[in-house]
Design a protein around this ligand. Structure first.
Ligand SMILES: CC(C)(COP(=O)(O)OP(=O)(O)OC[C@H]1O[C@@H](n2cnc3c(N)ncnc32)[C@H](O)[C@@H]1OP(=O)(O)O)[C@@H](O)C(=O)NCCC(=O)NCCS
Length: 149
């Protein structure tokens, strides 16, 4: 069965929320996934499905402050579907949306210990801008990544 990617709908929030902690290896991520992406940022939030099953998602928005920039908050793929190019395909949808909105930069942050995420983003052409200690609060360092389209 083939995988299809479409823009998110509000009803997708609960589906993504129910899998996100498991897909992140048991880390508590759910609190960082507000419904607003599935309501107010549908043009830049995507879900991937194989039949009825959710197999991937990407949540992003056009920065209100940096008018050349698109910011990706989360990208996740079902463990069974990894290394098949799905996260790349989700990002390709975001890059297309970025170009439509006249955005020339895509940025994101990730945890320093998430080396799979860093390797994946570098493979996609993102550059590591730097690592900032306490970026998201005390003891929450983040690696900043940036790609010019
Ligand atoms: C990171 C993640 C989104 C990658 O998804 P994916 O669909 O497997 O990625 P792709 O198949 O598009 O990978 C493209 C390339 O990125 C690199 N890459 C992807 N996963 C990698 C990993 N675990 N380790 C090293 N490189 C990796 C590879 O070069 C890969 O190409 P290849 O498979 O031909 O070698 C996925 O592992 C995931 O959901 N992880 C948990 C959630 C997470 O950490 N998200 C990122 C932070 S928001």
């Amino acid at each position: 069965m083939s995988v299809t990617i479409r823009s998110a709908e509000p009803a997708d929030h609960a589906r993504v929320a129910s899998v996100i902690d498991g897909w992140w290896g048991g880390r508590r991520m759910r609190e960082m996934l507000p419904r607003l992406f599935f309501v107010h940022f549908r043009e830049t939030t995507f879900v991937a499905e194989e039949g009825e099953e959710l197999v991937g998602f990407l949540c992003a928005f056009a920065s209100q402050t940096y008018l050349d920039e698109m910011y990706c908050h989360f990208v996740g793929v079902h463990p069974v579907h990894r290394r098949t190019g799905l996260a790349t395909a989700l990002y390709e949808r975001l890059f297309a949306a970025a170009r439509e909105h006249g955005r020339t930069v895509v940025s994101c942050v990730t945890s320093p210990e998430n080396t799979a995420s860093i390797d994946f983003h570098r493979e996609l052409g993102f550059e590591v801008v730097g690592e900032i200690a306490d970026y998201d609060g005390a003891g929450e360092p983040r690696v900043l990544l940036r790609k010019r389209l």
